[in-house]
Design a binder for this molecule. Structure first.
Ligand code: ZN
Ligand code: ZN
Length: 249
């Protein structure tokens, strides 16, 4: 059984109303020993001081829950920052002032309404270019839901060369990918990234984190059986992070 869900949004995220108690009890009921709370940070609309304050309060709440569930469940203190490379000063301050177990970087600003083939390829090119810039900025531990652009289009228009760059940069900066199971409920793909890219990623490393991108209670264990099958099939080793260091499970 997969023992982790490394992508959970609590009520400290603008788009989730899940409280930490519900998250903890649901995970414990499902024998999941590690849950990472990765609340959203969007520096295009949030001020760094209030973000820091919010996460400090949240982390105290996580400490209380971890004490309550000792030996059963550990909640990790994490964050999902949108386009972190665009906000170097803010990200530096946030990671200095708040003790995170890991920092996930994700690209959310995606062109969703491309119509012609040319426009679609351009949207794909820009998406992966932004992923490359994010990895190069070297501020994060994990790349969240690579291939998220697939959510808006009917097939994979990515470019081989850009993906080669992404995989070699992941090596260079010692970052790993997340296997995000929300693809199954959000569109017709199995996971973000696609199986094909997961297989390619496996050629360079076997460490991975697995998350459901939960915003609701019924998404807390969503498609974890399938993630387990893929993990076994491709030979991945699920890891967790503590204090920004990887630990094998
Ligand atoms: Zn996301
Ligand atoms: Zn998310």
């Amino acid at each position: 059984m997969i023992k982790q869900n490394m992508h959970i949004h609590s009520q400290y995220s603008w788009d989730s109303r899940l409280d930490l108690d519900t998250i903890a009890s649901t995970l414990a009921q499902n024998q999941i020993s590690y849950g990472a709370i990765v609340d959203h940070v969007e520096f295009d609309r949030e001020d760094v001081s209030s973000v820091i304050q919010k996460f400090q309060i949240r982390n105290l709440e996580i400490d209380c829950i971890n004490e309550q569930y000792q030996g059963k469940l550990t909640l990790l203190k994490a964050v999902e920052i949108s386009e972190p490379h665009r906000y170097p000063k803010e990200v530096a301050r946030l990671s200095q002032d708040v003790a995170f177990d890991f920092i996930m970087g994700s690209i959310h600003h995606i062109i969703r309404d491309a119509e012609s083939r040319y426009e679609t390829e351009d949207a794909y090119y820009r998406y992966y270019k932004e992923v490359i810039e994010m990895i190069r900025a070297n501020q994060i531990d994990v790349v969240g839901h690579l291939d998220y652009i697939h959510r808006y289009y009917d097939r994979d228009y990515s470019f081989y060369g850009q993906l080669s760059d992404i995989f070699s940069l992941l090596q260079e900066h010692d970052m790993i990918l997340e296997m995000n199971t929300s693809a199954e409920r959000r569109c017709h793909w199995n996971t973000f990234p696609s199986l094909e890219k997961l297989a390619r990623y496996r050629l360079i490393r076997n460490e991975i984190i697995i998350g459901t991108d939960a915003h609701r209670e019924n998404e807390l264990v969503d498609n974890l059986e399938q993630a387990e099958l893929i993990t076994k099939e491709l030979g991945f080793q699920p890891v967790i992070y503590q204090k920004r260091k990887r630990i094998n499970l």
